[in-house]
Design a protein around this ligand. Sequence first.
Ligand code: FNR
Length: 371
Amino acid sequence: PSLSEILNLHDFESIAKEVMPVKAWAYYSSAADDEITIRENHAAYHRIWFRPRIMRDVTNVDFSSTILGHKTSMPIYITATALGKLGHPDGELILTRAAAQHGIIQMIPTLASCSFDELVDGAQPEQVQFFQLYVNKDRAITKRIVQHAETRGIKALFITVDAPQLGRREKDMRQKFEAEDPAEVSKTGKDNVDRSQGAARAISSFIDPGLKWSDLDWFKSITKMPLILKGVQCWEDALEAYDQGLAGVVLSNHGGRQLDFARSGIEILAECVKHLKEKRGLTFPNEKFQLFVDGGVRRATDVLKAIALGASAVGIGRPFLYAYSAYGPDGVDRALQILHDEFEMNMRLLGAPTIKDVVREMVDASNLSSH
Ligand code: FNR
């Protein structure tokens, strides 16, 4: 189908499945074990309903916002996803350019197919980029990566904490992984790895399962970038992150790719907002300690639900991979245009002329377990 026939973000997935190389599809689409969590990620949004307001002059709607103090044209960001070149030879660079064009922020993954410098060099002069960090067992390597990122102008460090070991993604494991470019793989210290268990396992053996809370002092000592933990899954850990003075947390189950039967980010959000208010008097959205959510977000209405519940912004992963795998850069452009149009219409219908007007009272979340 031509791009003009693509009407929503779900459409990219069904087309990508048809046209992508089997290995690439297996890596991008797979999730842990029985893939219950990946299904729940989007399904959980079906439990939240809107309470729209009327007659609020929605002639003009403005869905620009800020993330960690940086401007964004919509309250979304492109989250970190590894191995971007499996879907298209230009890989993550497509996302860097699309982010610039649409005024949104890209989180660069540690395991990008393009080199880190390529993705920074590919950005516009004032373009804001974040960096996702997998912590290496060899802390000297981690220190070098983090300090290089800071030197190159990266504005925030998202430390992935939900992957002490990569989850079992059986769809991916069935496609034995061979690195297309062994040089790429060894650069990040991932050489001599077992390639019989899929792409994910082949590249992840360097990640340190020994990472612990007390390591945060070391991170604070090596960088001035704001620190955010990516992959927090309950209020207790969000509270700990707040008490340790971090800038925020991403409530995420890694797109369902880690612990199967982990809850969806939107459920965790409702729980965190409730308990952080009770325990520390915090209200959300909060400039000093920001809550982000990712997983299963496919519509602007999903994003608006998360914003109403207190998220500062929402991460989107697979839809952009599917969009460029099937249609190249034009696909990502179309995906972002679709989201743009969905924000405009749905904010009008919701009675919210700006993102600040998208408040808690606009959703009925009584079907979530914490509300
Ligand atoms: C990911 N994700 C991820 N997260 C991370 O911290 N480091 C990584 O290297 C990757 N790699 C990765 C690869 C692929 C193919 C996917 C689909 C996901 C997780 C990602 O940042 C995010 O949490 C989810 O993708 C969000 O869910 P959706 O939007 O893909 O449903």
